[in-house]
Write a protein that binds this ligand. Structure first.
Ligand SMILES: [Zn+2]
Length: 237
């Protein structure tokens, strides 16, 4: 088939454009899949679970603290009452009984105070753990949402680039005779349709032409279409 040198150059330019379009589409597909965020999403899920556990642990320590405070307050009320009773009794036997009860209440109070101190320590640790989990979760949330926003922007940029390239392509195709374009499409469906001959190497399959194939190609008139014997790409000389 014949094609002027300009038409051959047009075919080469269309090939380059189509490759660019294919790269953009594949980039859009990759970005749209969101696969690049899957690791971060896993981390986010783990941190969310960690945060819930930390919150539950803190709640339960705080509940325990309330119980311990209530127990302590009961004992303190009992002590106060017993002291009043002790002050108002004249009966020495009663007084002995009250004193012995006061002694056991004092031991109980001391035990409860120890327990409360231990719970306060636990509360401090649980609060710190909750704060850490919360900070970690927030930072991953932010990283993910800013990553996704940048991703969206990139996809939009690529899409508008694709629109421009589609217009450009329509204009280029309009310049190419129908029969030649048909040949182009047929070759494009199998691989790289058009490539430059670089020295003796086909720019599509990168295989060097043998001496006789090269002779045939170089002997062709400039407006005759040359074809790579290996990959069937149109060779632009
Ligand atoms: Zn080739």
């Amino acid at each position: 088939m014949k094609a002027t040198e300009t038409q051959q150059a047009d075919l080469l330019s269309l090939t380059n454009l189509d490759q660019e379009i294919a790269r953009s589409k594949s980039a859009i597909n990759n970005l749209s899949s969101g696969a690049q965020f899957s690791e971060l999403r896993t981390i986010q899920r783990d941190l969310a679970a960690k945060l819930i556990n930390a919150r539950n642990a803190l709640d339960s320590v705080e509940l325990e603290l309330k119980r311990s405070e209530a127990d302590l307050s009961l004992v303190e009320q009992r002590i106060l009452k017993d002291e009043q009773r002790l002050n108002s009794t004249n009966n020495s036997k009663d007084a002995q009984g009250i004193q012995s009860e006061l002694a056991s209440l004092a031991r109980r109070k001391s035990d409860l105070e120890d327990i409360e101190l231990a719970i306060l320590d636990q509360q401090e640790m649980a609060r710190a753990a909750y704060k850490t989990a919360s900070t970690d979760k927030t930072s991953v949330d932010e990283e993910l949402s800013s990553g996704e926003a940048a991703n969206e922007t990139e996809i939009m940029k690529l899409r508008s680039g694709l629109d421009l390239m589609a217009n450009d392509r329509a204009q280029q195709v309009a310049r190419i005779p129908a029969e030649l374009f048909e040949l182009y499409e047929k070759k494009a469906s199998r691989g790289v349709p058009v490539a430059r001959l670089l020295g003796r190497e086909c720019g599509a399959c990168r295989i060097s032409l043998g001496a006789s194939a090269l002779n045939e190609v170089t002997a062709l008139a400039r407006d005759e279409i040359a074809t790579c014997p290996e990959c069937q790409a149109i060779l632009v000389r």
